[in-house]
Design a protein around this ligand. Structure first.
Ligand code: URA
Length: 310
């Protein structure tokens, strides 16, 4: 149908306006707007920077190269593992871009560290400025009997203050969601974050920060050897499923993935982050569907909880 005809129908149905693609410049555009809309110059980051830091494809191969999925195969992780060497500064035109990477010795030590050694390594980490701006490094909330691990994004203000993940407003919502399934915190589930330190002002983690901090997350999972993962929010989902950082969580929902943890493939369910649900309560119905899928996935792994039934 012609665009103009369609426009008229839409207008009659009061569902316009329809936006038409111009092939000529809009004569009404002012100079400022033209500059703003002009394509940004391509910026070279660093030849030395790890591909994962440049592209944001951040999960280390050992975590995210999936084998046969339960219902879906996550994309294979890149050949590069995680970043090494100290924080790098790469010149790009007039700008200096800081690339966050962990020192080689930290990466090496983390690979074989036990839980407490790993905690000390994360605590001592100053690879990025968050190591100095944080109050506490937030390592984990451990479940005594947990075979199930939740991965969130990064500590917020309250978590930074207490040194415990998910104790602020989004944590309260998470606790309520878990209670529906009969899951008790500090017993049935271990809770981790992609970043161990609070991003200033609760800004989003950057791809190189995610890549650097994934050294800790990877080893945490290797030590915990979970049987089921619940990935909450864009950063947990994209880093562990090795998806581009701007991937839509909505598209990943409803599928059980498999994430490699050491030699084992672990089923993983994705969902929105609780802080997103606090901002968009109308999406809670979808999170409910994700909880149902999680419950089925847990049951398939032989994990059941409590008395209540969802
Ligand atoms: N949001 C997260 O992703 N993790 C926390 O620990 C707190 C809020």
């Amino acid at each position: 149908m012609l665009d103009t005809a369609r426009s008229r129908i839409w207008e009659a149905m009061q569902i316009g306006p329809q936006w038409l693609l111009r092939d000529t410049e809009d004569p009404l555009l002012d100079e400022m707007t033209k500059k703003r809309l002009a394509p940004a110059p391509v910026r070279e980051t660093s030849a030395q920077a790890p591909a994962s830091a440049r592209t944001g494809a951040s999960a280390p191969a050992s975590l995210a190269s999936p084998r046969a999925p339960v219902t879906h195969r996550a994309p294979r992780a890149g050949a590069s593992s995680h970043p090494v060497a100290a924080t790098g500064a790469a010149r790009a035109g007039e700008n200096v871009i800081q690339i966050v990477t962990l020192p080689e010795e930290t990466v090496t030590a983390a690979k074989t560290a036990d839980w407490e050694t790993l905690r000390s390594l994360a605590d001592a980490c100053r690879a990025c400025p968050m190591g100095s701006t944080r109050q506490h490094m937030v390592f984990a909330e451990e479940g005594r009997e947990a075979r199930f691990v939740i991965v969130g994004e990064a500590p917020g203000g309250e978590e930074d203050f207490q040194g415990i993940p998910f104790v602020g407003k989004s944590g309260q919502l998470l606790t309520a969601m878990l209670n529906v399934l009969g899951i008790e915190r500090r017993k049935d589930v271990t809770i981790l974050n992609v970043l161990k330190c609070r991003p200033p002002g609760n800004r989003n983690p950057k791809p190189d920060e995610v890549a650097a901090c994934s050294v800790f997350l990877r080893r945490q999972l290797e030590i915990l050897q979970p049987d089921v993962l619940f990935l909450m929010g864009r950063f947990a989902v994209t880093s562990l499923l090795n998806l581009p950082p701007d991937s839509s969580i909505g598209r990943t929902r409803g599928t059980v993935y498999e994430v490699r943890v050491g030699a084992k493939m672990v089923p993983a369910v994705t969902t929105y982050h609780p802080s997103y649900l606090l901002r968009r309560p109308e999406e809670k119905a979808k999170a409910w569907e994700d909880l149902v899928l999680l419950k089925q996935t847990l049951a398939r792994a032989g994990i059941t909880f409590g008395k209540k039934d969802a």
